[in-house]
Design a protein around this ligand. Sequence first.
Ligand SMILES: Cc1cc2nc3c(=O)[nH]c(=O)nc-3n(C[C@H](O)[C@H](O)[C@H](O)COP(=O)(O)O)c2cc1C
Length: 183
Amino acid sequence: MNLIAISGAHRNGNTERLLSEFVKGCRFIGAKVKTYKIRKMKISPCCGWSDCYYANYCIVKDNMKALVNELVSADAWVLATPVYFDDVSSYMKIFMERLNPYCNPPRFRNKKVFLLAVGGASGRSISKCLQSMKSGFARHMGLKVVGQLSAVADKKNEILENKAALARAFNAGKRFAKTTLDS
Ligand SMILES: Cc1cc2nc3c(=O)[nH]c(=O)nc-3n(C[C@H](O)[C@H](O)[C@H](O)COP(=O)(O)O)c2cc1C
């Protein structure tokens, strides 16, 4: 079983710490997991050529093409983002927008996806971010959101003090990999 983890974080901080626990849980079940950090890749913002929606290809030449091939062959994805202004980070947004060529027809229809978000404030802000990922991106792409996880942490690596959140992420990773394996 091959899984892809996408990080939309702007730093090696709370989101990636939580994601890394999730990935450990997936690997515990035997999954192969490749992690991609958008900030470290040559992936440009969408150029706005919205004919890609009909033409089903992207005219921007960068690492996104190779990443799309990985996304096609993966059994499931986990998308991790820090919460920025009640929504995903700009790196995660770039990743999502660059998938516009694959919405119509939905090339990734029913691909299993797990969503992970870390925000500095508890409550509505994080829920709004997760809701935006579901009702915007996942719906347009026809993805099957099979689970979500969030945690509150603000200062860099503050999440490391939250052992309960790290354990939740590890267990969620195990469940996600098991469900993917069983289906
Ligand atoms: C530009 C910016 C906007 C933010 N907006 C929110 C927000 O709307 N809601 C929230 O809960 N936290 C917000 N935060 C706090 C981050 O989500 C928080 O610091 C989180 O731990 C960042 O994750 P990271 O350590 O992986 O970068 C914001 C941070 C930045 C830099």
